[in-house]
Design a protein around this ligand. Structure first.
Ligand SMILES: [Fe+2]
Length: 298
């Protein structure tokens, strides 16, 4: 099913952030890492919202990038007055994430203004929307995991949720990614130094095999040690900073805006070899609901 109808490809020069050229190596790992690139953003109307979204095309990650049930990872901007119209999915679940600023999130027809970095998971069979009432774009991710590999559905409500009443306290689940919530962990998974970590969303949140979202901050010089998961695939999204990833015997550089897919049983580790904090959001998707495993590898 085609998810979008694109209208224009006119973001260049419209305030798009020009990111440095991708740090591509010659190894296969470097080729698997997807880079946020605003020059590839396209304007479109999402789920009947009359305002604009600007999303990288093709998606940062698509279903074929993982063997588990990730359907897509989209990297976008919510343009002023734009958003994603109110809609349902009945065989996939989704989470809108804003990387800063403030947006109006709707779940099941109730709306609250939420400051980023934050998200709101929407499980299967419930409705969701997001709206940007401000005068500047909001940096945005959309994560979608399906119940059946590669299968998508949507039921649109033709409602932009603009100008609706706001609940001061959200009456739906949210994912907060404030650094202050992180807890120190020494020698994380056999790595070096002390990282700061928090499981932001647990398996109980989701109906599909989407199993968790972790928030991990590696200070300069710190690392997440070598480990693997037999039954879980992960996507590491770089929220801030630079560093390097090793998968099996290959190593390559990563930077803000990169998405790193880690497939089943791949030995992987992340290291901050930069001077600023390396901040990661980790999306975990299992082959079997409730079955999670982690094995440290020396
Ligand atoms: Fe959706």
């Amino acid at each position: 099913m085609q998810r979008r109808t694109y209208l224009k490809t006119m973001l260049a020069g419209a305030g798009a952030l020009a990111l440095p050229a991708a740090a591509q190596g010659s190894n296969a790992l470097a080729g698997c890492i997807k880079h946020t690139d605003p020059s590839k953003y396209r304007l479109y109307h999402s789920h009947q919202n009359p305002g604009y979204m600007a999303c990288q095309y093709p998606s940062l990650l698509v279903s074929s990038d993982l063997t588990t049930n990730l359907f897509f990872l989209d990297r976008c901007r919510i343009m002023p007055g734009g958003g994603v119209g109110h809609h349902f999915h009945n065989r996939c679940e989704e989470m809108f994430v804003i990387l800063g600023d403030e947006a109006q999130f709707t779940i099941d027809g109730r709306t609250s203004a939420i400051k980023g970095p934050a998200g709101a998971p929407c499980v299967m069979g419930h409705s969701h929307a997001i709206y940007n009432p401000s005068s500047k774009p909001i940096e945005f991710l959309n994560i979608n995991v399906s119940a059946v590999k590669g299968r998508y559905d949507a039921f649109n409500l033709d409602d932009a949720r603009a100008g609706v009443p706001l609940d001061p306290i959200p009456v739906f689940m949210t994912m907060r990614l404030e650094k202050e919530l992180l807890q120190p962990v020494k020698d994380y998974l056999g790595g070096q130094g002390t990282v700061r970590y928090r499981r932001a969303l647990h398996p109980e949140i989701f109906r599909t095999n989407w199993s968790y979202v972790d928030h991990l901050l590696l200070p300069a010089g710190a690392s997440e040690g070598r480990h693997r998961h037999i039954g879980v695939e992960e996507v590491y999204y770089v929220m801030n900073g630079t560093g390097e990833v090793q998968v099996n015997e290959e190593t390559t550089a990563i930077k803000k805006g990169d998405a790193v897919p880690v497939l089943l049983n791949k030995v992987h580790s992340f290291r901050n070899n930069g001077s600023q904090d390396l901040e990661l959001m980790i999306i975990g998707i299992a082959t079997q609901k409730w079955v999670l495993d982690t094995e440290e590898v020396k």
